[in-house]
Design a protein around this ligand. Structure first.
Ligand code: NAD
Ligand code: UD1
Length: 338
């Protein structure tokens, strides 16, 4: 069975590729490397002893992307391609609407033309907006989102639902990720953000390896157990396995289903900093700073639906997440750059 990963060279796509290859699937990656490195392909080959087929293509360019469908018999598409920086989406919103929505429309139009009936989409917990109570359940209302990136996820969810309703043989799964962190156990693939990281774990990793001096903790006066923000961090390998489970589910389903992928547990920033210090063998320097605008005090997933319907459960601990993030960071201080 052949699975096409749009954006498959990125952080989550590459780990999903590793899991799919290990499970015996044929993997095709379509990526323009706008936020990733071709070196991922060599690393995947070292991990899996098998190299995914690569198309270096802009997925939003439908006529160029069509070659992938014309040359291969694709059974399922996992659609990762898109931009993902919240702050950047506020600065250049049209780039985000253009790239994220065009990538999705081009992919769906080709999926339609070539009769691919299984489709998985990378959505985000950000679609729950700021007004729901925790833990977030899939049947809660969505929006309003606090930034253009979040809106692209919500609009794309709607586009997929509408397409799915119009095509009875089609099966779509919307996966709402919580906070993916960590890296492959081998240390060969991991998260490699360009420039100064925005997200917590890559920032902590850069401080621990000495590339940045100190972590700023955004707010210590939230109504949480230690005053710092609480999130549901999920190991990227558990997340990747969630995609394999979702794809198997999609094969025997019709219509659109939504699943949260998280652990169901919240950790505070201070707890993550402490766990990372244990993993790397020295404390991570931090200082408190003002709250970051748009941040919520606390959210985590209700994961019962994914546990029961997909038969999938996150298994790796926060200690595993920190060990693997540190292993990746310390073995590759410059990411994929040699
Ligand atoms: P990433 O940036 O590492 O991966 C995205 C990949 O898409 C990159 O390899 C990039 O080069 C590629 N890409 C972007 N635009 C493209 C285009 N027009 N044509 C071809 N390739 C293109 O991001 P990630 O963390 O792996 O996230 C994957 C998906 O999951 C994204 O849709 C993201 O919004 C979503 N998501 C991520 C998180 C997270 O915390 N990382 C959380 C929720 C949802
Ligand atoms: C962010 C995005 C969210 C996106 C997710 C996945 C925002 C407001 N939200 O989630 O839409 O889906 O990434 O990529 O950007 N923190 C610090 N110092 C730092 C960085 C983070 O204290 O240098 C804190 C934050 O305040 C938060 C926690 O760490 O409490 C996690 O932050 P982060 O990793 O950026 O993820 P989210 O904000 O949850």
């Amino acid at each position: 069975m052949t699975v096409l990963l749009t954006g498959g060279a990125g952080y989550i796509g590459s780990h999903t590729a590793a899991e799919l290859l290990a499970a015996g699937y044929d993997v095709i990656i379509a990526d323009n490397f706008s936020n990733s490195s071709p070196a991922v392909l060599d690393r995947l080959e070292q991990i899996a002893w098998k190299r995914p087929k690569l198309y270096n293509v802009d997925v939003s360019d439908k006529s160029a992307f069509e070659r992938v469908f014309a040359e291969n018999k694709i059974d399922s598409v996992i659609h990762f391609a898109g931009y993902k920086s919240v702050g950047e989406s506020v600065r250049v919103p049209l780039n985000y609407y253009r790239n994220n929505i065009d990538c999705t429309l081009a992919t769906l139009e080709l999926v339609d033309k070539y009769s691919v009936n299984s489709f998985i989409f990378s959505s985000s917990a950000t679609v729950y907006g700021a007004e729901n109570e925790v833990p977030y359940r899939e049947d809660m209302r969505v929006g309003p989102c606090s930034n253009p990136y979040g809106w692209t996820k919500l609009f794309i969810e709607q586009i997929i639902k509408d397409f799915s309703s119009a095509k009875p043989e089609f099966s779509a799964v919307l996966l709402r990720y919580f906070n993916p962190v960590g890296a492959h156990r081998s240390g060969l693939i991991g998260e490699d953000p360009r420039g100064i990281p925005n997200n917590l774990m890559p920032y902590i990793s850069k401080v621990a390896v000495g590339a940045l001096p100190v972590l700023k903790i955004f707010g210590n006066d939230y109504p949480t157990r230690d005053g710092t923000g609480v999130r549901d961090y999920i190991h990227v390998i558990d997340l990747a396995k969630g995609h394999v489970a979702a794809m198997r589910f999609a094969e025997n389903n019709r219509g659109t289903e939504v699943f949260n992928l998280g652990t169901g547990k919240g950790e505070s920033v201070l707890e993550m900093v402490g766990a990372f210090g244990n993993a790397c063998g020295r404390p991570v320097p931090y200082e408190f700073a003002p709250r970051r605008s748009g941040d919520l005090p606390e959210y985590y997933a209700d994961v019962r639906k994914a546990n029961e319907v997909l038969g999938w459960k996150a298994e790796l601990s926060v200690a595993d997440m920190c060990r693997d993030a540190w292993n990746w960071q310390s073995r590759n201080p410059n990411g994929y750059e040699e």
